[in-house]
Design a protein around this ligand. Structure first.
Ligand code: TXA
Ligand code: MG
Length: 340
């Protein structure tokens, strides 16, 4: 099929909404990453998301709404903590996992009795949901296993010809996906760190757990999607941690290049000129981790374009949005860490 490229005018949004009403899937911008949307009430349309992405059927989708009150159409109950989160952080990069009403199609929830819901902080996304007249089930708009798209071009790189349309709203801002917060247990638990940080949630809710699997990479994560290889560049990525990281990276790069590998370094503006490699990418600034988050997936795609066989990356403090950045980096590196 031909993928219609659309902008963000009222007319273009009407075209995209019509495709969605007809049961097609359309890529659209949000404040985190681009989503691939379908009418959440239409199980056949939702199936097309899984087909286009090559997504495993046991990985549930997030449902995107344009009005806080729409939560009641999807969630059976809304605990007080979730209400507080909606008031404080919606619209914004926070997905709430809540008990699900029966009318939500089973492929949206992958058969779970909970549903992930969020209200994106992006005018175009909200206009599209309204114009479509239904909440939009939407995972990130990448082929399964690839880094999430932060530009419309990334979406087309992965899905051109496989989806009915793409609404180009420029670069997504946050750059990493929403925080997924599960309210099905006694204490709320972060299943995936993101733009709304653990510190912000603790301040509002008091106690907040973090799924222990995120740190160790060992065990079964509570969020099905978290177990899949994800975000990974085609080359083998290693994280280098410790006071000697710079020297260690330099030594390893030199050795690997001597052995004939094409080698990349993922660093930040502050240190970029200290490294010599086949491809050195300065991803944001170390003194502002939100800039690292917003550039991360594009950086990973750039290593692929440059044909890097091996990539060495700096690590970052796991505070604020740094927790999400390190979670994605650990996964991109399949938990390979060198201590220096
Ligand atoms: O920022 C985002 O969240 C983006 C934009 C498009 O909104 N969406 C996104 O969707 O990242 P996706 O499908 O790539 O990731 C959704 C994550 C997966 O890890 C999935 O397993 C988890 O949320 N999830 C969804 N519903 C869930 C549920 N009911 N229980 C546990 N985890 C759930
Ligand atoms: Mg995804």
């Amino acid at each position: 099929m031909e993928t219609k490229r659309l902008g963000t005018t009222e007319q273009d949004i009407a075209v995209a909404a019509e495709l969605l009403r007809q049961g097609e899937v359309v890529g659209f911008p949000t404040e985190t990453v681009y989503g691939l949307g379908a009418n959440a009430w239409d199980a056949a349309a939702v199936d097309k998301i899984f087909a286009a992405k090559g997504r495993p059927a046991d990985n549930p989708l997030i449902v995107h709404i344009a009005h806080k009150s729409d939560v009641e159409k999807l969630a059976r109950t809304v605990p007080l903590g979730a209400k507080l989160c909606m008031d404080r952080f919606w619209p914004g990069p926070l997905t709430l996992v809540l008990p699900c009403v029966d009318s939500v199609p089973r492929n949206v929830t992958a058969g779970l009795d909970t549903v992930g819901i969020r209200m994106p902080d992006h005018v175009t996304a909200l206009q599209l949901i309204d114009a479509a007249g239904a909440p939009l089930a939407a995972p990130s708009a990448n082929r399964s296993g690839r880094p999430s798209p932060t530009l419309a071009d990334h979406v087309l790189e992965d899905l051109n010809g496989r989806i009915a349309g793409i609404v180009d709203g420029g670069a997504a801002g946050v750059g990493v996906e929403s925080t997924v917060l599960d309210f099905s247990g006694e204490v709320p638990m972060i299943l995936r760190p993101g733009g709304v940080t653990r510190e912000m949630l603790v301040e509002l809710l008091g106690e907040v757990l973090v799924d222990p699997v995120l740190q160790s990479g060992v065990g079964t994560p509570k969020s099905p999607g978290v177990k899949y290889t994800h975000y990974a560049p085609k080359g083998e990525m290693w994280l280098v941690e410790g006071p000697r990281d710079q020297a260690e990276i330099a030594e390893r790069v030199a050795k690997a290049r001597q052995a004939g590998y094409r080698v990349g370094v993922l660093t930040t503006a502050e240190r970029a000129e200290l490294f010599t490699a086949d491809v050195v990418i300065a991803c944001g600034r170390r003194d502002d981790l939100s800039t690292v988050a917003s550039g991360l997936y594009d950086a990973i795609r750039q290593f692929d374009h440059a044909g890097a066989d091996l990539i060495y990356s700096e690590v970052f403090p796991e505070t604020g949005v740094g927790l999400a950045v390190m979670n994605r980096l650990r996964k991109a590196a399949s938990h390979r860490v060198i201590y220096a």
